[in-house]
Design a protein around this ligand. Structure first.
Ligand SMILES: N[C@@H](CCSC[C@H]1O[C@@H](n2cnc3c(=O)[nH]cnc32)[C@H](O)[C@@H]1O)C(=O)O
Ligand SMILES: [Zn+2]
Length: 434
């Protein structure tokens, strides 16, 4: 007898972005979707049932680039471009972070994500054991890593930071019953020196560890690379070996046609972070061009200090909106493309077998209620997901076949306590940082 969860009575968003009336059965032992169809409920005697009447059952959203513990710095420093924002505000505050802060911030971010239907995320931060502990307790899925910065460090410290990122990638891969996977995470092409970057990436490649990094985010970051090296950043990344199929980079805002071809050819994925790119005035990523070229595109919120929330519905709407402005074409990044990028695209980018409601895929599901005034009438479900739905429309969240939120109540974490603790920790962090 299998141990099953039934999601009954709803409509289901299929991988081809069509919607049909269907139930979903998840095997809670394997964590996979076992059956999808209009009458499958009759064939099962489920151990647990979620009511999806009047709802759309969609794949759990995948936040493919964030720094989850940065929720503690939400609203701490706004209205500045990337470089001074990091150097003057964020990095000094992060220097005062304690491991318990990272745990508290990660829990806060994960509660926010569960509430808004996100079941998996990719995270670049430090004190990664704390992030892993939060993921384990909350029941979500994540690809985690230690972000390496070598600039402003002496040789020994810099090498140790690279080693730490590799150690973290080795140690936590497969943690939380396999819900945690890892990557080697050099922060960016300008914040990690060439020698150590090459060494770290080579070791990661030899050991089959994926690589995740920030790239082509601002013009100020691209220009020095072009001036010093006489080549574009992604040509440099390619030479270092960072554009392998399992690798993924955040932003890709200032990416030219040749770089897009390179990405398509090598198979590295781009994680589009539209809100962060707008807020830091980094620019508009050429997402439609990337999709046309066959690049795998996912969507991420980036950290809560440059967003300022972790709601993937906001993010996919921003992607659809800014995609049109960027292409000067109202037909660019249509609703279905944005929804697909935030689900299957993000899942492929970070390398998790989720992001689609299909037999054999991970049973990672968001059940979205459609009876709120802002979702009426419902001519087109996919249109609403892209342009009208909000995270708060999510009624149930399931990851790995386990119910993480039922009827808007988070079951795996004590939401009130998580929020109170994050407030306390953030207050004393800011005091220490000043
Ligand atoms: N080990 C490094 C930390 C790197 S973690 C990843 C870093 O990315 C930073 N970050 C957040 N958003 C962005 C962004 O949009 N671009 C570049 N870096 C960012 C974040 O604040 C964090 O410091 C150190 O010792 O400083
Ligand atoms: Zn980032």
């Amino acid at each position: 007898m299998t141990n099953t969860l039934l999601v009954a009575g709803g409509r289901v968003l299929r991988p081809d972005m069509t919607v049909e009336r269907a139930d979903v059965v998840a095997d809670r032992d394997t964590g996979e979707i076992e059956a999808v169809g209009p009458n499958v409920a009759e064939e099962y005697d489920p151990d647990e049932t979620l009511d999806a009447e009047g709802c759309l059952v969609m794949p759990g959203l995948v936040n493919a680039h964030t720094h989850v513990a940065m929720t503690l710095l939400r609203g701490y420093a706004d209205d500045k471009p990337l470089d001074p924002w990091l150097r003057e505000d964020i990095w000094p505050a992060e220097a005062a972070l304690e491991p318990e802060d990272v745990r508290a911030g990660a829990k806060l971010g994960i509660v926010e994500m569960i509430r808004s239907g996100t079941t998996a995320f990719a995270d670049m931060y430090f004190d990664v054991d704390e992030v892993v502990a939060a993921v384990e307790e909350a029941g979500v899925r994540a690809r985690v890593g230690h972000g390496v910065v070598t600039v402003a460090k002496d040789d020994e410290e810099a090498a140790a930071d690279v080693e730490e990122s590799l150690r973290v990638a080795r140690e936590f891969d497969g943690a939380a019953d396999g819900r945690v996977s890892t990557a080697f995470m050099p922060h960016s092409l300008t914040t990690v020196g060439e020698g150590l970057l090459r060494e770290g990436v080579e070791t990661a490649r030899e050991e089959g560890i994926p690589v995740h990094f920030h790239a082509n985010e601002t013009r100020d970051e691209v220009v020095p690379i072009v001036e010093e090296r006489g080549e574009r950043p992604l040509s440099y990344a390619d030479d270092v070996g960072m554009l392998e199929e399992s690798n993924f980079l955040a932003h890709g805002v200032h990416t030219d046609d040749e770089e897009i071809e390179l990405l398509a050819d090598r198979g590295a994925a781009v994680v589009h972070c539209p809100a962060s790119n707008m807020k830091l005035n980094s620019g508009i990523a050429p997402i439609q061009k990337m999709l046309d070229a066959g690049v795998t595109v996912g969507i991420g919120t980036d950290g809560a200090a440059s967003n300022n929330d972790l709601d993937m519905f906001d993010e996919l709407r921003d992607a659809a909106m800014i995609g049109k402005l960027g292409a000067d074409d109202a037909a660019a990044v249509p609703a279905a493309a944005a929804v697909k990028a935030a689900t299957a695209g993000s899942a492929a980018a970070i390398g998790v077998d989720a992001g689609r409601i299909e037999v054999g895929a991970a049973a990672d599901v968001a059940v979205v209620e459609f009876d709120a005034p802002h979702l009426a009438p419902t001519h087109d479900y996919v249109s609403h997901l892209a342009y009208a739905a909000r995270g708060s429309d999510v009624r149930h969240t399931v990851c790995d076949g386990r119910v993480l939120m039922r009827d808007r109540e988070v079951l795996t974490l004590d939401e009130e306590r998580v929020v109170a603790e994050a407030r306390e920790r953030a207050a004393s962090l800011v005091e220490r940082a000043e």
